[in-house]
Design a protein around this ligand. Structure first.
Ligand code: FES
Ligand code: FES
Length: 161
């Protein structure tokens, strides 16, 4: 069946099988490999993206459920050639080792800061509690999100394309 999904601001129309998961639509149909596919059972959070600005584990959704909706993936965080503060935070604080969990962590971290620009450490830990990192022990991930909170984005007017 045909679906049209707006991904990072670009309308994408494809003929797909009704059983296709959203994570496979993103990775295989659109060849966007920033969204990772890990456990496939809604546990690890590596596949997290936003549907209409809400973080969602894309291995739990059929692509057809996103028909007509707007999706943001980790590739859509940077604006005007400028990394989002959450991406800079992971760089600055070395918030990753293998990087497998990183896109999902960035998507939940950015969503958390959009809701709560100055979270406590406990609030950050709760915010990322649906995402698993097998490498870092979470300390630097928390630091990366704190860094982003302390170094918020420039406004659109300040961003030069
Ligand atoms: S791949 Fe979706 S939660 Fe692990
Ligand atoms: S950096 Fe390896 S799983 Fe998180």
């Amino acid at each position: 069946m045909q679906v049209t999904i707006t991904v990072n601001g670009v309308e994408q129309t494809r003929d797909i099988e009704p059983r296709m998961l959203l994570v496979h639509f993103i990775r295989d149909e659109l060849q966007m490999r920033g969204t990772h596919w890990g456990c496939d059972t809604s546990n690890c959070g590596a596949c997290t993206l936003w549907i209409d600005d809400e973080p969602v584990k894309s291995c739990t959704q059929l692509a057809v459920m996103a028909d007509g909706k707007s999706i943001t993936t980790v590739e859509g965080l940077a604006k005007g050639g400028e990394l989002d503060p959450i991406q800079k935070g992971f760089m600055e604080c070395h918030g990753l080792q293998c990087g497998y969990c990183t896109p999902g962590m960035m998507m939940v971290g950015r969503a958390l800061l959009d809701e709560n620009p100055h979270p406590t450490e406990a609030e950050i830990r709760e915010g990322i509690s649906g995402n698993i990192c097998r490498c870092t022990g979470y300390k630097n991930i928390v630091a990366a999100i704190q860094w982003a909170a302390e170094n918020p984005a420039t406004t659109d007017a300040e961003v030069t394309a």
